[in-house]
Every structure is written in C-alpha cells, then in structure tokens.
Design a protein around this ligand. Sequence first.
Ligand SMILES: *Cc1c(COP(=O)(O)O)cnc(C)c1O
Length: 343
Amino acid sequence: MPGTIDLRSDTITKPTPAMRDAMSRAPVGDDVLGDDPTVIELERRTAEILGKEAAVYMPSGTMTNQVAIRCHTEPGDEILCDANAHSYLYECGGPAAISGATCRLLAGVRGIFTAHDVVAALRPANVHYPRTRLVCVENTHNRGGGSIWPLGQIGEVAQVAREANLKMHLDGARLWNASVASGAPERQYAKHFDSVSVCFSKGLGAPVGSALAGAAEFIDKARRFRKMLGGGMRQAGIIAAGALYALEHHRQRLAEDHANAKRLAEGISKLSGIDLDPALVETNIVILRVMSMPPEKLAAKLKGEGVLILAIGPDKIRAVTNLMVTEQDIDEALRVFRKVVSS
Ligand SMILES: *Cc1c(COP(=O)(O)O)cnc(C)c1O
C-alpha cells in the first residue's frame, strides 16, 4: 500500500537498491556441497562477530532455534525458558515436535529472568524427573518489548547453568539491537552461550535468513539437523549476499530505529486511554496497553489512516520501528494516533 507507515514488524523491510546490487553480483555455488563462496563468507563473518568457531546459515530464526534445541537435547529432556519466549510461544510447539523436549517456563520480568529463577527450577537427581539440559535466553526480548538483558545478569545465569551442567542457548534474533543500544559488542553477550541464533531479516533488513553460531563440532551437528529439516539450500549465496550486506552496512543504523521508537513512545504516552512508559522502550519495539477500545478496533482505525500496527493480546498493541520508517513517518504516525484515539 503506497503511503502507508508499516510498524507491524521489523520483518517487513525490503532490500535496498545497494543490497539488491550486492545480491545480483554475488558469486554462488551448491552450498549443500560446501561450494557457495558467499554463504561461506557470511558464516565466517557471523562467527567472527560473535566470537565463535563456526556458524551455519539457515532460512529462518525458527529453524536456527529449533535446530539448536535439537542439538542440545534428547527426547524427554527439559528446557528452561521465559514464559513468553519466542522459541516456546511462536515456533509451533517446535521443542515438543522436533526435539521431544518439554519447556519449563520461568516468570521473567519483561522476558528477563534471574539466576535465582534458574536455581529454583533445578531438579534433584531422581529417576522420576526429566533431565534438564538447556537454558534459553532471548535478547532483546520480543514480547518483553525489546527489553535488553543486563550483561551481568546473563553472566549470573550462565554461571549457575554451568554449575548445574546445563547448556546455554541465546535467541539473538535482535542481538544486533541489544549491542547498538547498550554499546556492548555482540561477542560480549555471545561468550556466555554454547549456541547463538541471530536473524538477518529483522532490523538488519535482509530479505531472508538467520545463522546459528557455536563451537565447530556443534555446528557440524547443526548442519545435519538443518539438512534433515529441509534447510539445506543450494545457490543460497543470492540471499546470503543480502545478509552479508546488512551485516556490514545496517547494524549501526539501528540507532535510528531506537530513536524513532523512543519518539513514537513519548508521543503516544501523552494520549489518554493508553498506558505506556516510554522509559521502558530500550530498542525498536513499542508495546502499549489500550484502555479505551479493543486493540483490534484501534488497529483497524489506524489502518484506515495508513498506519499499520499489530494487536498482540486482549488489550495490547505492538509497533516496531524499522529500516522503512523515517522520523517524518513517526511524526505522521503520531498525528494519526492522536486523531484516532481522541475520536
Ligand atoms: C522473529 C524471531 C525469531 C525467528 O523468526 P523467523 O520468522 O522464523 O525468522 C526468533 N526469535 C525471536 C525473538 C524473534 O523475534
């Protein structure tokens, strides 16, 4: 739709002309045979940024998360994660279907739980219990409103996990946002984890793909499960080139998305009938509570004025700033919000 301001997600971005140019020129080969130079370079560069030995490119973040869980667990095992974790809530029951694993849900605050929460969930050695194997952390946290895990708290969780012989997986679909906002390089977060998933198709603006990074032996295992799930792609260099371009050119600009989210949140928080604390908006996601009407109704009214957002619960909507949205768009979106909410 021309003239619309699309705040539904940071997945709606389209490749820029420079990105398309890089994609059109990418050298390619059969990646399942290990022959695609662009995929090889993307995996090398991703591993380098994350401070890991190796990485493997996959079609989606759902696949990187579920392959990681499959690698870390056996049927009957248990995973600890936040109750609102993407890998639990939004991946079609993948842990149960693909790994035969159960999820034990922790009550984090905006998706962020503590070392104490992990310790409280540990089970004594006993033949009756499932074997707890893995702790999953999501940073930034999607349902938590783009919240950033404090590095110290990740360190504490990692320490108790290590003491209990649990592996650590990071769902870092938006790790790039956490790094830009906090100033801590990605590898500082990644060092606490055995496996790290990152998305190129969210804020970075590439059309397709995610990567899973970790130790070389772990990534070899992940490649087998990627193939098993149908994620072995052939001349994937075409799309990997978009991801590689995004990695080099679109990370620092995420600060613009964060400034736009803050601007939007500050404007919306002044409206009556809406509950939103702009101080809680740390990255590119704005979640607000609508008290004056059902969220679907607000979404429909906004859409009528060219502003797209998502209703995400009985009283909540989500707006996500992204590469396609300018500061002027935010001001226009605010004008529409004011009009629609006061009508
Ligand atoms: C988007 C997202 C994913 C992966 O989603 P895909 O659409 O499968 O690429 C994983 N984790 C989080 C937190 C996400 O927001």
